[in-house]
Write a protein that binds this ligand. Structure first.
Ligand code: ZN
Length: 424
């Protein structure tokens, strides 16, 4: 088996790994390399957006989960006459379609969008969904999904060509979240491709992160302030809704997270507690933003969960300017803020460019670490099941460093470069 890294090698964003060279028996598609199976096809949403390298036409595609950096460019594979089947879990299919429509809305008909609305429609024809631990055939390989504990529908992917079993970790979390159960499956494998997003970070225990967030939010509300909680639409918005519901905090929910919440509720089997999400949804108030509704809400003594998670757009562009001048108010970030984003600038400098205007912010600004990724200890506990297995480290900004640390710890580990092919 050969594994080639077309993206996500020593970087986060545009994940893509091409598996080939196995013993195939499937039928052939004209013009494609039927022998190849593509794992993820993401985009990095920097400016301009970055896509995986190479011009490929795989026999089949398997998508680990519905985040932009793993699924964002999949529709671009739909432009040839003969569609490769795209295998994913039902939530991943819905999330990836939503992301594709969002990318079209933002960048459609420009060079910044590598696909058309026709490609997105064709994705529906190519889509094949599977549950966890239900083996299926793709491009002649046997493939099995296991819960990865990252977001609903996220999967570790096991690929078996009859001789070699490759485990592609995808993004995963071994720790507790309210929305999804943690990753526990450790299928036998002959090689592992492992993410390393937080290989040098230790997250605080989730219950203490949650307690600090809840205490802080309640205090601001009690003092008469408004709390804006910027949150990613996929996963984080729902996690914060669940936290608020569990602690009797009334909240509004705005932005793309509303639609994603409705989608995830349709897949209760992929949620840790579907009743809890249904309860959190019925107690939260969804905002449609008509007739100045957002401005009125921003004047209230309340909590507003809204996109975008890094203050780079979305309804947060109305809420943050509206509450920024009063020190009683609060902006409670709930995720990592990438360098160069308004969210990061706000944390570091107390001001940020919002909707084209640099604005100083007198409201309190906080950061709460609700990560959906394994930290260093989580990665090591996962890899402990693969001590005698070659480990290929990807999806991080210090893949080489982490691979070296694993080697010191007795692993056979390496960090393949972009474009590199590894023979297993
Ligand atoms: Zn992810």
């Amino acid at each position: 088996m050969e594994v080639q890294f077309l993206g996500g090698a020593d970087e986060i964003g545009r994940s893509a790994v091409l598996v080939s060279g196995g013993d195939r028996s499937s039928g052939s598609r004209a013009g494609s390399d039927d022998a190849s199976l593509l794992l993820d096809y993401g985009m990095a949403s920097e400016s301009p957006p970055q896509y995986p390298i190479g011009d490929i036409d795989p026999g089949a595609v398997v998508v680990s989960h519905g985040h932009l950096d793993h699924a964002g460019a999949v529709p671009a594979l739909m432009s040839s006459g003969d569609l490769p089947p795209v295998h994913w879990t039902p939530p991943t299919r819905e999330l990836a379609t939503t992301l594709a429509e969002d990318t079209l809305k933002l960048h459609g008909s420009t060079p910044r969008c590598p696909f058309t609305d026709t490609d997105v429609r064709r994705l529906t024809q190519a889509s094949v969904t599977h549950g966890y631990e239900e083996p299926f055939e793709a491009a002649g390989y046997e493939v099995t999904f296991y819960n990865a504990g990252h977001i609903p529908g996220s999967a570790h992917v096991l690929i078996d060509d009859g001789e070699t079993r490759l485990l592609y970790s995808g993004d995963f979390h071994t720790g507790d979240q309210r929305l999804v159960a943690p990753s526990t499956a450790r299928p036998e494998a002959d090689a592992v491709v492992c993410e390393s997003t937080y290989s040098d970070v230790t997250h605080d225990a989730r219950d203490s992160v949650e307690k600090r967030f809840v205490d802080s939010v309640k205090q601001t509300v009690w003092q008469g302030g408004t709390v804006v909680v910027p949150a990613f639409a996929i996963g984080r918005t729902q996690e914060i809704m669940l936290v608020c519901a569990a602690h009797d905090i009334d909240c509004y929910v705005d932005g793309m997270g509303q639609r994603v919440t409705d989608q995830l509720k349709r897949h209760p089997a992929f949620l840790r507690d579907a009743d809890a999400l249904a309860g959190a949804t019925s107690s939260a108030r969804f905002v449609d933003g008509r007739d100045g509704q957002r401005r009125r809400i921003a004047d209230q003594n309340t909590v507003i969960i809204t996109t975008s998670g890094m203050l780079s757009g979305g309804p947060a562009m109305t809420y943050v300017p509206a509450i920024r001048q009063h020190p009683t108010n609060k902006i409670a970030m709930t995720g990592y803020q990438v360098e160069g984003t308004p969210g990061r600038d706000l944390l570091e400098t107390g001001s940020a460019e919002l909707d084209g205007r640099v604005m100083p912010v007198s409201a309190q600004v906080e950061q709460h670490d609700f990560s959906a990724h394994a930290d260093r200890n989580g990665l090591l506990s996962f890899l402990d099941s693969y001590r005698d297995t070659p480990v290929l480290v990807n999806h991080g900004d210090r893949c080489g460093g982490f691979a070296a640390e694993l080697r010191e710890d007795g692993f056979s580990a390496s960090a393949p470069a972009l474009g590199e092919t590894v023979e297993l």
